[in-house]
Structures are given as structure tokens and as C-alpha cells.
Design a protein around this ligand. Structure first.
Ligand SMILES: [Zn+2]
Length: 298
């Protein structure tokens, strides 16, 4: 990955939970040499199962380049809208790997229809790792290495990490200082998918967060490790849901995501810019609702 520069290199000290770097869109050409009979899976659209032991990989205009080297994975391939989906399972849970493939193609199809085209020719999914998004490749399986989680939670993480391909992978923001932006919007997109897929109503209530008084847009080191997710993923998403579905329900929120994506693709957004845009989009005059969950510059 290539760091951004803003009053110095924009990179924080490592923390175990959350991202501490903000990277720029870059072009990559990578030469690799690995032992025989391994499978290299990466951000590139062009690697093969049982990879040649030497090769060159490329990806353009991506925020980082991820590589995993796997031994004897269980591989499931699917194709939807000319996109090649590949699920790599490390354990022997072939039923789960198939289910991950099925939900992935549903989610990819939904996000392409409601938001915009998927930015790569291939989507690789490695099952049996912490949930994390990278351009063209995601890992799912357990949350922060707390052991294996149940299949329905894993499938929900899959949808979340796929949604990041649009909100993180294409619309960029600083995931340390504005973590709520990509996580909140990604989680909103995930909820919209599930509501559509399961054909059920979702009700979220901002009242649930009355015991979480901090704004959601602080740098990650300002939250304690136990409540961080409640702000970054929970309170943020609930307020966005509340604001965006108030008038036109789910359709209103989907339309907003599509417009937001189209305006900011391959650009950088921060909290101030997001609020400026959503107020313009929804024709809102004052900041009151935003002040309930965001710290805004005067
Ligand atoms: Zn996320």
C-alpha cells in the first residue's frame, strides 16, 4: 500500500482493532516467486488456482494490493454479470464455502444494480480469516480472531466486506480518522441488501444509543476498545438509516447510495464533506440531526 501525505505521512501506530493507515489509489506491478503447488490469491484479476511458481501480477487504481498464498484450498467458482467469484476455503466445511459463494453472487448482483458496477473482473473470498476488505479480495470467517463464528454471521460478514468494494475500494476515506464513514455506509448497504434479500423490514432506533454519548467521527484512539464498534458500526449506521429512510424508506436510502457513489468515486470524502453533500441531497437546512452523532467543525 502507498500512504497518503497530510502534514506528514498519514499513518498511525498499529492497533489490534481497526485500520491505522489511509492509502492512495495506485497502480501495482508485482513479481513473485513461490514454492511449487501453492495457490496465490490477490487483488489482481489474473491469478490462477495452483499458481505457476513465478509470475507477474498487476492491478491499477487500487487502494492496496493484497496477496495470500494458500495450500490445497477448497475452491468454488461462480460467475455473475461477467464477474468471476472464487471462494477459497481453508478448512473442510464445503457446505459453508458453497453458501458463501451463493450469498456473494446475490450481494454482488444487488450492489451492482443499486449502487454501480463492481470495479474488478474477479472477486476472491478467503474463508477462515478475520473479516477484512481489500480491493478485489476479502477475508471472512471470524471476528478479530475470536474463533470460528456461526454460518449466518459469516455470511453477513461476507456481504459487509463485499459492500466495502464500493465504499472504501472506490469511494475513499481515512479509515482511522473517519472510520464511521466507510463502516457506517457499508453497514447501511449491508442492511439494505438483507432487507431486500429476506424481504423483511428493518427497524433501527437511535434511542438504543442514548448510553453512547460520544460522536461517531472521532479518531479510533478516542474510543475504548469495547465500545468502539458500537460507535463506528452501530450508532453511525442507525443514524444514517434514520435520516435516509425517513422520507422514501429503503428506496430513498438506495438512491442516496447510488448518487453518493457516483459523485465521490475515486475521490476522498471526510465528515465535513459528507455532511455538506447529504444536506444538499436531502435539501436540509440545519445541522441539528448531525450534531446528535457527529462532531462538526464550526
Ligand atoms: Zn467494515
Amino acid at each position: 500500500m502507498v500512504a497518503t501525505y497530510k502534514d506528514g505521512w498519514n499513518k498511525e501506530d498499529y492497533i489490534s482493532k481497526g485500520e491505522t493507515y489511509h492509502t492512495a489509489f495506485s497502480d501495482y506491478r508485482i513479481n513473485y516467486e513461490i514454492p511449487e503447488n501453492l495457490t496465490l490469491v490477490s487483488t489482481s484479476d489474473n491469478e490462477l488456482v495452483t499458481s505457476p511458481s513465478k509470475g507477474q501480477l498487476e492491478a491499477n487504481n487500487v487502494k492496496d494490493f493484497f496477496i495470500a498464498i494458500l495450500k490445497d484450498p477448497n475452491v468454488i467458482e461462480k460467475e455473475i454479470n461477467n464477474i468471476n467469484i472464487r471462494v477459497f476455503g481453508i478448512d473442510n466445511n464445503k457446505k459453508l464455502h458453497k453458501e458463501v459463494g451463493d450469498i456473494s453472487s446475490e450481494a454482488l448482483n444487488y450492489f451492482e444494480e443499486k449502487i454501480g458496477p463492481y470495479p474488478h473482473g474477479q472477486l476472491d473470498i478467503i474463508v477462515d480469516q478475520s473479516g477484512m476488505e481489500y480491493p478485489g479480495i476479502i477475508t471472512v470467517g471470524s471476528i478479530y480472531n475470536k474463533g470460528s463464528t456461526n454460518p449466518s454471521l459469516i455470511k453477513s460478514i461476507v456481504v459487509h466486506e463485499i459492500a466495502h468494494q464500493w465504499f472504501y475500494g472506490v469511494v475513499s476515506n481515512d479509515p482511522y480518522n473517519d472510520a464511521w464513514l466507510d463502516e457506517g455506509i457499508t453497514e447501511l448497504a449491508t442492511l439494505l441488501f438483507h432487507a431486500d434479500y429476506r424481504n423483511e423490514e428493518i427497524s433501527l432506533d437511535v434511542e438504543l444509543f442514548k448510553d453512547f454519548p460520544l460522536p461517531v467521527n472521532l479518531p479510533l484512539d478516542k474510543y475504548d476498545i469495547d465500545s468502539q464498534s458500537n460507535y463506528i458500526y452501530g450508532k453511525s449506521t442507525t443514524y444514517l438509516w434514520d435520516i435516509l429512510t425517513k422520507n422514501d424508506g429503503r428506496v430513498g436510502a438506495e438512491e442516496f447510495l447510488k448518487n453518493y457513489y457516483n459523485v465521490y468515486k475515486y475521490k476522498d470524502v471526510d465528515t465535513q464533506e459528507f455532511v455538506r453533500y447529504i444536506k444538499y441531497y436531502l435539501n436540509m437546512k440545519d445541522d441539528n440531526i448531525f450534531k446528535e452523532f457527529l462532531l462538526l467543525e464550526e
